[in-house]
Design a protein around this ligand. Structure first.
Ligand SMILES: [Zn+2]
Length: 520
């Protein structure tokens, strides 16, 4: 027989609920009937039927008092979003998260589950999770009348008390609220208005739990009205049949801020009933963004080829998102999701992994070229403005990478004189770093450039002779010099002196002249 885990939590609470009293009485068998439920030691019937909002409120206060992490995995909202959500929940408000895509809105809403009791008693078999002490559906009321204390009880884990729906214009009243089931009606020989013939929608099924609607403005006005009525009075109409259903639900929503504030998208009475608008945001600092990206990206792989992504490259990847969010050619209304750096990092790792597999290398260090190889992970994550469309997503993405590299480079090398390196190119030096060259090949080429390797320490490289780390860092330096237009670079990752055009032009003008000797 199942036993309840011992828990001290309930001792601090003012009211004992069915569930919390159970947790405090460790060692008792879990009640299976209404009668057993009533006989729990230290059971307080006043707390047995507390609303979901009160339940969350009490559990949240307890978690705050204990100093627990309230939204594990959510970073950068500690001083902004989280305190506002706490206030909404303590106020027992329904609330909406207003924010652009990829701002962890869904993660926050799903995280609300943690503030529910671990398990909740319900009348067994009830579609709307009826409270054994306060059933609202007619089926349960009839059952209790017939079976009394023998009425069977089931225990619902909190994970099942969260219902989520993405609003789209074709979501119907039947989806959200419910529908009359003519087959059931015919089978039971019941009148259509009998509530036993109702096929419940998502909202009634979320009774005594949390119901989340994503992109609320996309919900048809008619359904918003239905939603409002049930929030306000617990009354609904299904196909013209009035039905009283005093549901107990915490309603939470998400929306794009501009959609939400646009006139006519949300019916006013519904807006009035949403207790709090909480604005989410993108990470404020590169470090916060990197923390989120590192947490979400699939980097630690079990493959035979170990890939290391240096910190400066992670900064470049994160900086791409920061650059994109500020770029006028990228649509700000849709935003640039945190999924951009996450998928880019994953693709960078894959690109290095692919190179390692082709070259038969056991361990490789990711390089700037891998960020360019991750272009497909970048282009799809930005909606472009007209000017951007004209240039094309690929070009914009390349420019963003270049700007990101330039930024990270400036921070690390503000006080370094790269004149010897630049001079090496000006004296005719040239090198190519093809995508599929081996680590050793690249290192040999890069090591020949005077004054280059002595700066890789600033990118965190411990050993200048470490071909993987030092080679990748040296390539980053060249890329940085190119980003600041100090040297030139071709699409094929060849580096040369700035103003190579004139040289090429001159060469082309001399027929029969042999191609320039590669400087390596
Ligand atoms: Zn019921």
């Amino acid at each position: 027989m199942e036993r309840f885990p011992a828990s001290r939590g309930a001792q601090n609470g003012a009211l004992m609920t069915a569930s919390s009293s159970m947790q405090s009485s460790a060692g008792h068998a879990k009640p299976r009937t209404l009668g057993e439920l009533k006989r729990i030691p230290d059971f307080d019937p006043r707390g047995a039927s507390r609303s979901v909002k009160n339940e969350i409120r009490q559990n949240l206060l307890r978690a705050i008092e204990k100093g627990e992490t309230l939204f594990p995995g959510v970073h950068g909202y500690e001083d902004t979003v989280v305190p506002q959500i706490i206030n909404a929940l303590l106020s027992r408000h329904n609330f909406i998260l207003l924010g652009l895509r990829g701002q962890a809105k869904s993660r926050i809403l799903r995280g609300l589950i943690n503030f529910l009791d671990t398990e909740m008693p319900v009348i067994a078999g009830c579609e709307i999770n009826d409270d054994p002490f306060k059933p609202i559906c007619r089926g349960c009321r009839e059952k209790i009348a017939a079976e009394g204390d023998n009425t069977a009880i089931a225990w619902m884990p909190r994970e099942e008390r969260y219902v989520e729906k993405l609003a789209t214009p074709d979501v119907t009243m039947a989806d959200i609220i419910g529908d009359v089931d003519p087959i059931r009606a015919a089978r039971g020989g019941r009148d259509l208005s009998d509530e036993l013939t109702i096929h419940y929608g998502l909202l009634p099924r979320a009774n005594r739990g949390i119901f989340a609607i994503n992109e609320l403005p996309d919900l048809a006005g008619k359904i918003q009205v239905g939603l409002f009525n049930i929030m306000q009075e617990g009354d609904i109409q299904i196909k013209g049949y009035p039905l009283r259903l005093p549901l107990d639900v915490l309603l939470v929503f998400t929306a794009n801020p501009e959609d939400y504030t646009a006139r006519g998208k949300i019916i006013t009475p519904l807006k009035d009933r949403i207790g709090a608008e909480v604005r989410t945001h993108y990470p404020a600092t590169l470090e916060e963004g990197m923390t989120i990206t590192a947490q979400e990206a699939w980097v630690g792989r079990d493959a035979a080829h170990k890939v290391e992504v240096p910190t400066y490259l992670r900064q470049v990847i994160e900086e791409i998102a920061f650059q994109a969010r500020e770029d006028k050619r990228v649509d700000r209304r849709s935003g640039v999701s945190q999924r951009l750096p996450i998928t880019t990092l994953e693709n960078v790792v894959s690109s290095a992994e692919q190179r390692a597999a082709r070259k038969g290398e056991k361990a490789v260090v990711a390089r700037v070229a891998d960020v360019y190889a991750a272009l497909p992970a970048i282009t799809g994550k930005m909606e472009l403005e007209y000017e951007g469309e004209l240039k094309g997503a690929d070009t914009i993405a390349r420019e963003l990478i270049r700007a990101a590299v330039g930024r990270v480079f400036s921070k690390r090398f503000a006080d370094v004189n790269f004149q010897p390196v630049i001079q090496w190119f000006e004296l005719g030096g040239e090198l190519k770093l093809p995508e599929l060259s081996s680590t050793a090949e690249r290192y040999q080429q890069l090591a020949k450039i005077q004054g280059l390797m002595e700066h890789v320490g600033k990118l965190g490289v411990q050993d200048r002779k470490d071909a993987g780390a030092a080679g990748a860092a040296a390539e980053m330096i060249l890329e940085g010099l190119w980003a600041h237009r100090r040297i030139g670079r071709s699409e094929e990752r060849g580096f040369y002196a700035e103003k190579p055009k004139a040289v090429e032009q001159r060469e082309r003008d001399i027929p029969g002249r042999p191609p320039r000797r590669q400087f390596n």
